[in-house]
Structures are given as structure tokens and as C-alpha cells.
Design a binder for this molecule. Sequence first.
Ligand code: AOF
Ligand code: ZN
Length: 387
Amino acid sequence: MVQNRIEKRIIFQSSLFNLAEKTDVDKMNAGILKCTPNFVLLSIHETYMQRCLQLAASGAGAVAPNPMVGAVLVHDDRIIGEGFHTKYGEAHAEVNCINSVAVQDQELIKEGILYVSLEPCNHYGKTPACTDLIIHSKIKKVVVACKDPFEKVNGSGIEKLRANGVEVIMPVLEKDAMWLNRRFFTFHEKKRPYIILKWAQSDNLKMAGEHSTVIKISNEITDRLVHKWRSEEAGIMVGTNTALTDDPSLTTRLWKGNHPVRVVVDAALKLPASLNLLDDRYPTIIVNTCKRETLGSKLFYKYEAMDGLLPATMQALQQQNLLSVIIEGGGKLLSSFIRSGLWDEARIITNRQLYIKDGINAPTLENEILFKKELIRSDEICYYKRN
Ligand code: AOF
Ligand code: ZN
């Protein structure tokens, strides 16, 4: 068998989920296809884990605040079951995977290798513990991408499996798995939401005109992308000035998807009730120093001025179980997040054809690493993570 000679399979490095055909392995063995820097070799475990991650990602937008998880059951190098966590509160990936095995293959379950993109849970939450399911199914080998940081799991799933004679191999594609669930990991490890900074600027790095005059910077295609970004986060936040000058709705009306919880800073509760984001159509948190109260869809979250706005906001979001937040301005609020080192990702849109004379300066990132760049007409979009 070819696979015995080359224990690895090939994928194109540029597209993680795009597995090359098995025939490529044949070609490599025959010396027709050479392994070049454009290819990376994946082990068999990595190959199936990659499939788990692909399945896991299908739960995007439906499982938060749970993580996205995928599982694959393999017997003798053949996938006999697949599943993912499809909806918050419903069955976990392992359950869907084992339930998907065809009747004629069910005898093979106990001889199979279960691949899971997150440590199997070991607690009875909204659903029973997956560790028990694995043990009762008599599966003897489990390959796991990474540990579950949730305090009720946190390594205990792996311990329980091993204590019951199940071989656990891990980590496999850990970095990819953690990146996919970066919001979930940040929330549980750092006890705060994953923070994405977003702003648009002119080619000469201005984000508004003189005296904060609103100037349209990004084009309408980019705006649709921004609404997609909004739909992927649990919360969206702006400062007082932006709420007043832009009167944003902070909805995802240009994209089909979830509306994030809106968060606005209004320390002295001076914002007029007529503003779009105070319209009660969607939940909105008003971070202030005056009162704690729930009124319709509005939660007034009171904080002590001396405790600081940002820590208070992080606490408010954490209490509401919001795994992530996108900060959409203004410059002052964005800069305070940057100065505090309180950000994980930044997406900056630069309209290369726009020059704003005498405008307001855009913020400047610190300790950033550029990891992706794209162009939409004259809008250049740079994606950064914090070093
Ligand atoms: C798994 N497989 O597919 C997922 C896991 O309230 P519950 O019962 O849905 O449990 C939620 C927790 O379970 C969640 O915080 C995370 O730690 C884990 N998610 N675990 O074994 C899965 N989605
Ligand atoms: Zn589970």
C-alpha cells in the first residue's frame, strides 16, 4: 500500500482544508510529483483532525458561547462516522459522530479511532458527558486537538479517558484548533471577551474630518463585509462621541446573521434616547456611573469611576457570557484599548484613494503582527493580531 511507504499526505499550504487527492501520494511515490515548499506534509492523524476542524467550523454562528467542535470516527483508514456541535444546548460533536455510524458499521465502533477537535467534556451540562459515551462505546483510542479550558473540563476529560484504559493522543493541530475557537479560549483563559478593534482611515491615516465631521471612508462592498464581521461577534461597542456624531445602529442589516449585543459608553447618561442604538430593537448595554437597571432591551451597567471604564466593561461583557466584542470607535476608545494592551485582533480599512485634509488622526497599533491583507476596490484591509 502506498500509505505504508509514505505515512503522510499532502495538502496545499495556502488552503488548509483543501486536501490534495490520494493520487498525489501515488505520484510522489512514483517520483512524478515533488514535495516543494508550496506543500506541507500532514500525518494521518493531522489529516483526520483537519476534517474535524472543517466540520467544527460548520457550527459558526450557532453554538456560542459554546465552542465549535467536530469529531470523526475512523476504522482502518475509513471514515465511518462524522459529526459536529450544531447548536447551543444541543448534542455535542462526539454524540452526533457516533450516532451517524451506519447500521452495518456499528460493530466497528469499538475498533475505531475517534478524532475530536476539543478535549471531550467530562461534566453533565446541557447534555451528558462525552467521556462516558466514549467509554460505553468501548472506543479504545481518541485523538484530541487541544485541551478544553472550561473550568468544569480543563484536563479532567483526558484524565477520565486514560483512567478507563482509553489511549489519548494529543495535541494534534493544536494551533489551528485554538485559532478556530480563539474567542472561547480567550474568554475562559483570560476571563474576558476576545477583543477585535476595527476602524477605517484615509490614505493619510485620518478617521474623520476637521472637528470630527463624519466622512464616508469605506466603500459599500467593504461595508457588507463589516456587517458580516459584526454577525460573527457576541458584542459590538462604541464610545460616547461616536454614538452622538455617527448615530450608528450597530446592526447587521447588510448581512444575514446574528445581531451582536450593542455596548455603548455613556458615563453620565447624557445620550439622547432618540439615538438609533437606544431604540430597544436589540439588547444594548449602557456602561455608566449612575445606575444599574434593566429597562426593556437595555441593561444599564453601573461602574465606579475609580475602577476604570475598560475593566468595568470587560466585567459587564463577561457577566453576560459574551465571548467576543468588536470595538468600532471612536479614536479615543480604540486608543485606550491599545494603550491598555487590551486587544487580540485589529482590522484596519485604509481607503488608498482618499485624502482627508486637517482631519482627526486614526489610532496607532502597538505590538501588532500583520497576518492577512485583502483589497476591496480602493479599500485595503489589514488584519493584525497582538504580539
Ligand atoms: C465536547 N464536545 O461538541 C462541545 C463541548 O452545556 P453543555 O452540555 O453543552 O456543555 C458545554 C461545554 O462543553 C462547553 O463550555 C465546553 O466546555 C464543552 N463543549 N465539549 O466534548 C462538544 N461543544
Ligand atoms: Zn461533550
